[in-house]
Ligand binder design. Structure first.
Ligand code: UD1
Ligand code: CA
Length: 508
């Protein structure tokens, strides 16, 4: 995903912030074999964040004293990613993937001084919401539990751990599907893979975990039954929204989670007054923002830190990455990266704006124009077929069709400066570094290599010569020669036979 990851602060304040949660532990060492991908599972991204990034964003507001991420498979990549998205998080290595229980034990061993409530969460729960996590923490505290697990009633529990309750409704165990009886498999309340438990109790229960199950792994889920056996109070709290707890184990689930998250984002935008013409083909990252009365046309992607202002129109078929679109601007069938599009500016169709592009109020970048590190002043226009790289263009200027800002000498990039109200003729080459002064003109087809003073007309092209009668002599018998002959004879008949204007040439 091209979107810029946004850093999620997991910096805590000592014992834990207002939530009272002492630590957050994210389990992210698993291989994710079912993804069948060289990319570690938790680094697969959608909606503007990696899966791990989404989980960290959902738990960051707890302001826990420490955040630990258990890494293993693909650990170098995951650790590198963490330095970008959550530099305060502590990566802890689980050398061998011996199960989620083993991963939790390794994490807690890395924070030996932590006491009190610890939130444990699977790294592949990207739809988890802050509200859901907070509700779990609150319920846990209110019940005075030693361990509380987040659960959900789902239509299809296939592959998930089942919540086993007794006749009175008390949670007794979590049983993995592959170890479950037929009766247990019929249960639709599943383990979401999010738990809050007392650090000391977790350490004690994890230390005694066996691996007597179908996979021969240490299951974090077994901690619950062990605590029940001790007589400790445990609970299971259903998530308000079943969507929140959906895991992500293969590419089909990844696509489904992406869709669900996007639907949520679009719902929020539409509730806030954004017009989304076709929600099926409009994608907006959680890290982007769109103001009321903006219109998103079909086939639009609003990615990264992009912000779209009120009354702006984006699309159809447009991708904006880390781009600002101010009020009333329009961007049609274009691709924009790191650009700033000013109020009432117009972009497209078919424009490519690259980083450092800054379009001022009312300016225009039109069809088949590429820009990079370019400032286009107020009401200036680059309407057609141009490359504008490393340029400053003043206000009210017009850059003729097929102008190239020749910014690269093969070794270094150079800048071009265009003054206010300049008129650059079509098919001009502006060979940087070069300056065209205020109010100057350049003639079409010119290669401008030296500065043009304000108000001058620069002409830098070969003078035209016409070789009279060439077609009749060298291409006789062709339709062109016949057409020329006919034109010449009717001109002669009209008495306008004096053809040899100055500059014509009879040689060759
Ligand atoms: C797990 C739960 C299951 C629950 C489901 C929810 C267990 C045993 N089962 O199943 O009850 O319904 O999540 O999605 O936990 N991990 C490590 N190290 C390991 C093994 C796993 O860090 O050695 C991490 C994984 O990266 C993952 C999490 O632990 O984030 C859960 O492991 P996974 O293999 O995905 O378990 P599930 O089969 O999905
Ligand atoms: Ca999983």
């Amino acid at each position: 995903m091209v979107a810029q990851e946004q850093s999620v602060s997991t910096a805590g304040v000592g014992e834990g912030g207002e939530s009272g949660v002492a630590a957050v532990v994210v389990l992210a060492a698993g291989q994710g074999t079912r993804m069948r991908s060289a990319t570690p599972k938790v680094l697969h991204s959608f909606g503007g964040r990696s899966m791990l990034g989404h989980v960290l964003a959902a738990t960051a507001p707890l302001d826990a004293g420490s955040t630990v991420v258990v890494v293993g498979s693909g650990r170098a990549a995951v650790e590198e990613h963490l330095t970008q998205v959550a530099p305060d998080a502590l990566p802890v290595v689980q050398d061998q993937q011996r199960g989620s229980g083993h991963a939790a034990a390794v994490a807690l061993a890395a924070i030996p001084d932590v006491q009190g409530p610890v939130l444990l969460v699977n790294g592949d729960a990207p739809l988890l919401r802050v509200e859901t996590v907070t509700a779990l923490v609150d319920a846990h505290r209110a019940a005075g539990n030693v361990l509380t697990v987040l659960t959900a009633e789902v239509q299809d529990p296939t592959g998930l751990g089942r919540i086993v309750r007794d006749a009175g409704g008390a949670v007794r165990a979590i049983v993995e599907e592959r170890d479950a009886t037929a009766e247990q498999r019929a249960v639709h309340e599943i383990n979401a893979g999010v738990y809050i438990g007392d650090a000391a109790a977790l350490r004690r229960a994890l230390a005694g975990l066996g691996q007597d199950n179908d996979q021969g792994e240490q299951y974090l889920t077994d901690v619950l039954a062990r605590l029940v056996a001790e007589g400790a109070p445990v609970g299971g709290v259903p998530a308000a929204e079943a969507d929140d707890v959906l895991g992500c184990n293969d590419q089909r689930e990844l696509a489904a989670r992406r869709r669900t998250l996007n639907d949520r984002v679009l719902d929020d935008l539409m509730r806030a007054g954004v017009t989304v013409v076709d929600p099926m083909t409009t994608w907006v990252d959680v890290t982007a923002s769109v103001a009321a009365d903006a219109v998103l046309q079909p086939g639009t992607q609003i990615l990264g830190s992009t912000s779209v202002g009120p009354g702006a129109t984006v699309g159809p078929d447009t991708t904006l990455v880390d781009t600002t679109v101010d009020a009333g601007a329009s961007v049609v069938r274009s691709h924009c990266l790191g650009a700033e599009i000013g109020p009432d500016a117009s972009v497209g169709p078919f424009s490519y704006l690259r980083p450092g592009t800054r379009l001022s109020r009312g300016s225009k970048v039109g069809a088949f124009v590429e820009t990079k590190n370019a400032e286009v002043g107020e009401d200036s226009k680059v309407p057609h077929l141009s490359y504008v790289g490393d340029a400053t263009i003043g206000r009210g200027a017009n850059i003729g069709a097929a102008t190239v800002f020749v910014n690269y000498d093969g070794v270094a990039k150079h800048r071009t400066t265009i003054g206010d109200h300049v008129r650059i003729g079509s098919d001009s080459m502006l060979v940087a570094p070069v300056t065209v002064g205020d109010g100057a003109y350049t003639a079409a087809g010119s290669v401008i290599t030296t500065d043009v003073p304000p108000g001058a007309m620069a002409i830098a092209r070969a003078r035209q010569r016409n070789v009279a009668g060439w077609v009749g002599r060298r291409r006789s018998g062709t339709p062109a020669a016949e057409a020329a002959a006919a034109a010449q004879s009717s001109a002669a008949a009209a008495g306008e036979g004096r053809s040899e204007a100055s500059g014509t040439d009879t040689e060759q």
